[in-house]
Write a protein that binds this ligand. Structure first.
Ligand code: ADP
Ligand code: MG
Length: 180
């Protein structure tokens, strides 16, 4: 019999399946960043939250919406950004799949990196988990450099500790502001 060969993505799926069985439906807290700079930006963010709840992801807290300067590619409309705290029994990759599906349903088309988008949903933090794979990095790799991410997190979870940098959101926001 030919041995089954698994690539990295398969192994990750298997690992997450095991994680889910061990955790037995346990709920995890995650933080999701929401941004939009095309169309009815507020409505796009609201619609994404509504669809997330329909998928069984409970929204526990939501920050206010802030208008922010675009990051990277400056030549595009202003963003509206916010962050939410959710509770879910989804694994990180299941949650990412849900977010990508919602982005498509809200109307996001393929865009260039850091380009304009109807909706952007990023997993910022998932429990105290640290993941680095091709399709998913948690904590989000740039979150500590972006005040449009840290400000809403500071609003809803100032004491939340970044599992790699070991600083809370208030401290990260302070050092981010000092560096600018
Ligand atoms: P960005 O949010 O950096 O502007 P995109 O929204 O276009 O970029 O996402 C590109 C890819 O980033 C996604 O297809 C996803 O697989 C990957 N990705 C890696 N880590 C994360 C994360 N923590 N949250 C969301 N997407 C992520
Ligand atoms: Mg994204």
């Amino acid at each position: 019999m030919t041995p089954t060969r698994y690539d990295k993505a398969h192994l990750q799926t298997l690992r997450e399946g095991i994680f889910k069985r061990i955790s037995g439906g346990q709920l995890y807290t995650a933080y999701i960043g929401i941004g939009s700079n095309l169309g009815d930006r507020k409505k796009n963010c609201e619609c994404a939250i509504e669809l997330l709840q329909q998928q069984g992801v409970s929204v526990r807290q939501r920050s206010s919406l802030r208008e922010t300067q675009p990051w990277g590619n400056k030549n595009q409309p202003l963003f509206l950004n916010m962050a939410i705290e959710v509770e879910t029994d989804c694994t990180p990759r299941e949650l990412l799949a849900i977010l990508k599906e919602i982005e498509t349903r809200v109307g996001r088309k393929k865009t260039s990196p850091w380009g304009p988008r109807i909706i952007d949903l990023d997993i910022l933090i998932y429990n105290a988990m640290v993941i680095k794979s091709r399709e998913l990095t948690i904590p989000h790799p740039f979150m500590h450099e972006r005040d449009f991410v840290l400000q809403p997190l500071d609003e809803i979870a100032p004491e939340l500790v970044h599992p790699v940098l070991k600083k809370n959101m208030r401290e990260l926001l302070k050092s981010c502001a000092e560096e600018r």
